[in-house]
Design a protein. Structure first.
Lengths: 221, 302
């Protein structure tokens, strides 16, 4: 099984190395850039309020990066199999669920690079920054959250990407049906807001996508 | 002799237009079994059912003594498969594809793989997507052979290839069978090619099996007869009547194409007041065409 995993990991690295490298560079740079003002000796430390505002605005990039990495890695994981109509994968002497698990695991191992880059970047930023009194850095909490967001994004997109065109059609069909019901409800003046319901269910805790919302702060009170 | 592939009363439907009905196949172990049929006859679908890529509606498939698709992982470990269309990732090199495949097959033969790379003149650093059609086919055969499987399933492996590449591939297959005693199940519509290497043959059309027989029996048992004085209706002939039509000019009698023919059967015609004026050998391709014509007219049974 180890040899199989190594083989799958190698192919996935070959398909997605550009994504991994660019993602790792971005993951390393974002925490450093978010605290660059605090580290400037010539201007002195920014006031706590300004610093928090800067950290918060840079913080929106973490969930975006996590989503982009999850999406692109999931597409890369299945693109070759889709092109070959899955014949090669399905004729390998391995249970199909094991093969899916190997692909999933290999992708997540590769995603460890940007996660580690966030850890190094945020630790380095926290060490070199001069923080105003009352503020603290939370590099570990940020990394754990980023890792979880990457995992969730990758898992969701991996599941969708692993499916057939029919699966994608069903998902799009459900979304289209929701929009249609919403439009009809609006025309009929019914008190029904499906978008709000969807947003509440998905994005508010303990919704599956809640990790992407809220403030992503490397530095906070 | 046990069967490497045993299919009983298989039924499969794809959409509203195509179905495989009541298919029975028996591929003896150690044989080179040719699976003939025109395009769209159901050969590739049958192969996909054998490999567990599709699920039948009913019927039983046993491959190397194990039920499919239930035991597909164990069975596929013993099968080398070459599909009709290249199925490998175009962005990987020859060496990377060999390494990938090696990781999944417990009986992978590295020495054989290296030998075949040289014999087929493949460059390990070339991307699969940049290989010629012949090189792609050779690489797929290499991957199937280096697995050291007990069964090779080849779906039109030489279709569209030049004669030199075809010969290289067939020679590698025959060598493999003679060294390992493996079974080869090879589908094709290139009748002459199968005639050279196969010892069993099955013919399929419109999702149904027309015939399954040893190659010698099919080749030597299919004849064109020139018959005179035959009655309009014939009862219980000892051979299979595939087609019957008037010879040119009418007075010259009739042309009959028969299967399961044996020399002593001319006496049957005497018993019904007819005479056989000539017995003409048909090669496999002629026999194949006559079988198809007869089947499509609703004539040929097994």
């Amino acid at each position: 099984m180890i040899a199989m995993f190594r083989a799958v990991l190698y192919t996935q690295w070959k398909w997605s190395r550009l994504i991994v490298v660019l993602g790792t560079v971005a993951a390393f740079a974002i925490p450093l850039l978010s605290l660059q003002g605090a580290a400037r000796a010539d201007r002195g430390a920014l006031q706590a309020q300004e610093l928090l505002r800067a950290v918060q605005s840079w913080g929106t990039l973490y969930p975006l990066l996590a989503t982009a990495l999850g999406l692109l890695m999931a597409i890369a994981a299945w693109a070759a199999d889709h092109r070959g109509r899955h014949i090669h994968a399905l004729t390998l002497p391995i249970e199909r669920w094991r093969y899916v698990l190997l692909r999933f695991g290999a992708g997540f191992v590769l995603l460890a690079a940007p996660i580690v880059a966030v850890l190094i970047g945020s630790s380095l930023a926290a060490l070199t920054a001069t923080l105003p009194p009352g503020l603290q850095s939370y590099p570990i909490a940020l990394v754990v959250r980023f890792a979880f967001a990457v995992f969730v994004a990758y898992a969701v997109f991996f599941a969708v990407s692993a499916g057939t065109a029919r699966t994608a059609g069903i998902i799009l069909g459900v979304i289209a049906a929701l929009i249609l019901v919403q439009v009809v409800a609006s025309i009929a003046n019914l008190d029904l807001n499906l978008m709000n319901v969807a947003q509440t269910v998905l994005l508010l805790g303990p919704g599956p996508l809640a990790v992407f919302t809220g403030r992503w702060m490397l530095v906070d009170v | 002799m046990s069967d490497a592939i045993h299919i009983e009363r298989l039924h499969y439907r794809a959409g509203k237009t195509f179905e495989i009905q009541e298919l029975d196949l028996h591929v003896p172990s150690g044989s080179i079994y040719g699976f003939l049929g025109p395009n769209g006859s159901g050969k590739t679908t049958t192969i996909r059912l054998i490999l567990g890529l599709l699920r039948p509606l009913s019927g039983r498939i046993t491959v190397l003594g194990l039920p499919m698709p239930e035991q597909h992982a164990r069975v596929l470990a013993q099968i080398g498969y070459v599909p009709e269309q290249p199925h490998l990732d175009t962005t990987l090199t020859v060496r990377e594809l060999i390494d990938f495949q090696a990781a999944f097959y417990p009986r992978w033969d590295r020495a054989r793989a290296a030998e075949l790379v040289e014999r087929f003149e493949l460059d390990g650093e070339h991307l699969f997507g940049r290989l010629s059609k012949g090189q792609k086919a050779k690489l797929m055969i290499l991957l199937a052979l280096a697995q050291r499987g007990d069964l090779l399933v080849l779906d039109e492996p030489t279709d569209g290839l030049d004669p030199v590449v075809r010969r290289d591939i067939l020679s590698a297959l025959v060598t493999y069978v003679s060294e390992h005693g493996a079974t080869i199940f090879i589908s094709s519509h290139l009748v002459h090619e199968l005639e050279r290497v196969c010892d069993w043959v099955a013919v399929m059309d419109e999702g149904r099996l027309i015939t399954e027989a040893p190659m010698e029996k099919l080749k030597h048992g299919t004849k064109r007869l020139v018959v005179t004085g035959a009655p309009a209706e014939i009862v219980n002939p000892p051979f299979r009547l595939l087609t019957r039509e008037s010879a040119n000019g009418g007075g010259a009698g009739e042309n009959w194409v028969v299967g399961d023919w044996e020399p002593g059967m001319t006496s049957y015609f005497e018993s019904v007041g007819a005479a056989v004026r000539d017995v003409i050998d048909l090669d496999l391709e002629d026999g194949f065409v006559e079988l198809l014509r007869s089947f499509r007219k609703g004539g040929a049974g097994r």
